[in-house]
Design a protein around this ligand. Structure first.
Ligand SMILES: [Zn+2]
Length: 214
C-alpha cells in the first residue's frame, strides 16, 4: 500500500476490519470522508459513540433495545406465547421487516460451533428454557383443567439453515422436551447454508409460513 499519513492509514485499517470491506473499499471510504465537510464527520463520529453508549440488550429476549426491555417484549398486542428463536438481533430486524410475525423473539447470541469453541453455555439457551417454562406455568395457572390437551406455547426455531444452525435447533428441541409445547422449525424455501439476514422478504415469509413441526 502507498505510504499514507499515519492518521489516514489508521482509519483505513479500522474500516478494513468491518465485514465486507477490503483494502480498496476502506481506502475509498477514507478519501471520501477526507473530502466531506467537517460537520458530517463530527455527526458520524458522534453517532458511532452514541450507538455504543445508548444501545442496551433486552433482559427478556436479548435483542437490541434502548430500554432494559425492548419495544417488542413490552408490546401487549404481540403474542407472548409464540417465541421465535434466532441467532442474532439482526435476524429480528429481518423478520420484523416482513411485518407478518406477531409473536416475540429470543436471541441466542450465536450458534453451537465446536470449531469456534462455542458451546450451549455460551448462548442464551438456559434463559430460553427458563422463559418457556415460566410462561407454561403461568398459562397453566390461568387456564386450569381445560389446558391438558392443547399446546400453550409455540417455539419457532429460526436459526440459519447451516450445519451449526440445525445442530443448535436440535439441541434446543431436546432441552425443551417434557414441556407441553409445540416446537417448529422454519425451512422450506431457504437455501441450505443461507443466512436469514440476506434472504429476501418473500423467501423469509414462505420459510416462516411453511414451518414444520420438529
Ligand atoms: Zn425483548
Amino acid at each position: 500500500m502507498a505510504e499514507f499519513p499515519k492518521s489516514i492509514k489508521n482509519l483505513i485499517d479500522a474500516f478494513e476490519r468491518l465485514p465486507g470491506i477490503g483494502p480498496k473499499g476502506a481506502t475509498r471510504l477514507v478519501f471520501y470522508l477526507l473530502n466531506t465537510p467537517k460537520a458530517y464527520v463530527n455527526d458520524l463520529s458522534q453517532a458511532l459513540v452514541k450507538m455504543k453508549e445508548e444501545t442496551k440488550i433486552c433482559q427478556k429476549c436479548f435483542s437490541v433495545s434502548e430500554q432494559n426491555i425492548c419495544s417488542i417484549c413490552n408490546n401487549d398486542h404481540r403474542n407472548h406465547r409464540q417465541i421465535c428463536v434466532v441467532e442474532r438481533a439482526i435476524d429480528v430486524m429481518a423478520i420484523e421487516n416482513i411485518g407478518e410475525f406477531k409473536g416475540v423473539y429470543h436471541v441466542l447470541g450465536g450458534v453451537i460451533n465446536p470449531l469456534d469453541h462455542i458451546g450451549p453455555d455460551d448462548l442464551k439457551i438456559d434463559e430460553l428454557v427458563n422463559r418457556v417454562r415460566t410462561i407454561c406455568e403461568e398459562e397453566l395457572k390461568k387456564m386450569g383443567e381445560e389446558s391438558n390437551n392443547c399446546y400453550i406455547v409455540e417455539v419457532i426455531l429460526a436459526t440459519n439453515p447451516t450445519m451449526e444452525g440445525e445442530a443448535t435447533a436440535l439441541h434446543i428441541k431436546k432441552r425443551l422436551e417434557g414441556l407441553n409445547i409445540k416446537i417448529s422449525r422454519i425451512g422450506s424455501g431457504l437455501p441450505i447454508g443461507a443466512d436469514l439476514e440476506y434472504a429476501d422478504q418473500a423467501t423469509l415469509c414462505r420459510a416462516l409460513d411453511g414451518r414444520r413441526d420438529l
